[in-house]
Design a protein around this ligand. Sequence first.
Ligand SMILES: Nc1nc2c(ncn2[C@@H]2O[C@H](COP(=O)(O)OP(=O)(O)O)[C@@H](O)[C@H]2O)c(=O)[nH]1
Ligand SMILES: [Mg+2]
Length: 255
Amino acid sequence: MPRDLPAISVVVPVHNESLNVLPLLAQIEAAFTGPETGMPFEAVFVDDLSSDDTLQILTDFARSHPWLTVVAHRNNCGQSTAVRTGVSHAAAPVVATLDGDGQNDPADVPKMLARWHEVRAAQPGRPVLIAGWRTQRQDTWVKRKSSRIANGVRSRLLGDATPDTGCGLKLLARDDFLALPYFDHMHRFLPALVQRAGGVVESVPVAHRPRLQGQSHYGIHNRLWVGLVDLLGVMWLQRRARVARAERVSTGDPR
Ligand SMILES: Nc1nc2c(ncn2[C@@H]2O[C@H](COP(=O)(O)OP(=O)(O)O)[C@@H](O)[C@H]2O)c(=O)[nH]1
Ligand SMILES: [Mg+2]
């Protein structure tokens, strides 16, 4: 018997998060089994060649929890590629991405999904991205400051009207995600890329929590400077954007 199609696939990229994945899995399950927020769901965790036992913990958990799919990269590819791998393995028509370190709260996803359906109904045919906005950021001063500068420069140059593109919590249709141009570090530019495809982007305030275990993967070097190069690339993509409003006016007869 094929199982019911899930209403949502929660996609989580992980790299060396062995102490964080079990609490996060429990929170994901709780978020979609509550009395008001219950719905068929799945989670797709993508391990990016962790050197700790993240992958083992996930595969053990998946044995007794059929809603969990675990995908393993056999080479380290980085966060953006892991997210894309997860989305390509997702079974639901809508995906929510979130960080694997527990800083995002899965309890925010059901309300984002409800909003996604509202905006989608009001804007038929257009891609819709609901982006998390960490209004109470729980990070070090350096990280908050550098993130504020990066978000400010990015939103000014790209005009993406999104206060917090770096938030890992984002919700959009699986097919719309996979149709976006793909490049390493693209996960920080999803609002601009969705707008480029003629889509609608809305930011909603979400919870943010301190990282309790493990280490951050990003610092000034691999975020701010790499980000400047990517920014130029996305500006080029914006200049080369064309959105076709196509309508099928006659249907051929396949032979
Ligand atoms: N798959 C994969 N995930 C990564 C990689 N680097 C970071 N992540 C994940 O991306 C999320 C955000 O990373 P994190 O280190 O918490 O960044 P910060 O919150 O900005 O300090 C976490 O779930 C990480 O496990 C990577 O190279 N590969
Ligand atoms: Mg984090």
